[in-house]
Design a protein around this ligand. Sequence first.
Ligand code: NAD
Length: 368
Amino acid sequence: MSNPSLLILPGDGIGPEVMAEVRKVIDWFGKNRDLAFDVSEDLVGGSAYDKHGTPLHDDTMAKAQEVDAVLLGAVGGPKYDALDFSVKPERGLLRLRKEMDLFSNLRPAQCFDALADFSSLKKDVVAGLDIMIVRELTSGIYFGEPRGIFKEGNERIGINTQRYTESEIARVARSAFELARKRGNKVCSMEKANVMESGILWREVVTEVHQAEYADVELSHMYADAGAMQLCRWPKQFDVIVTDNLFGDLLSDAAAMLTGSLGMLPSASLGAPMANGRPKALYEPVHGSAPDIAGQGKANPIACVLSFAMALRYSFDQGEEADRLEKAVEKVLADGARTADLLGEDGAKPISTSEMGDAIVAALTASL
Ligand code: NAD
């Protein structure tokens, strides 16, 4: 049988730096766990624009559609700020998400004990936190028509339309229930059914999917504004939260900050199953290309490493190996290794991007 395939798109800024550390981890799994991948690498974002005049070449798009999973670093940077909107680096990422139809965005908020002091909330509120926000990514108010700025009488009006079909709600609900079964078996669905018709439909469809297919999973509903409060008050009450594109954008950013640094946050975007049963999938850190620290060996590679752990779990059915990798990261942090973004006020010396990668690989080896 051939190896599973992985397309790596390092991108711009710190993207290639953090991806180099993930390559060390991928190589380790190939050598030590009989888990080799067919890895290919290509350009996306500004680096693709520099070479091809477009932030995502058609050949790269075609490759992304064929592989078992795509792993992306980050795109963008000041060099490209003046470019026309149609060729900006971010358009490459948006095209990938759109053409792969990645409708389910998974954003874990997990707090490693060693970093609990980094949260703006009290330690006991966040220590050991492990929740997953599932955000609908391809529909809702960011895409609905009509949209635009129009003239009405003597003034302009700005219009965006929240629009969801039953099937769009049902497929992201299924994605959340499936995930919950692999975790704490609890889903909380968030909308504003008190003031929005799309919220009423959302609640009805989630309930129908639950009753018909996932009655074994515990389901609750919450208005999204109350959900935001509960996330800050006692986030550990949640396991999986499923919500629409707009609320998910806000709630996942808020939840992310419960856990400290941007350099720690992975994400996955999943689509429909392919012929081999695996979902179409793109894994990427939440952070951007960090031009302020690019090229200085200061970037924290953990978000990108943890994105690969998500790939192991959700694309390659290697939950135990994903656990192994997450535990290796936890151990390295517990032992006191810190990149500059994770430094407190204790005067400790930061380690470099590459030293952090090496420490994770050493912890993997120690786990054998
Ligand atoms: P950013 O996430 O790149 O950086 C925000 C801050 O966090 C910076 O101070 C940066 O140094 C720090 N930071 C981010 N990742 C880090 C890491 N791994 N280790 C240590 N520190 C880290 O966001 P920004 O500054 O708003 O955007 C910079 C560029 O990235 C822009 O061009 C933006 O469009 C792009 N961007 C891309 C993505 C993506 O590729 N998915 C996401 C967000 C922003």
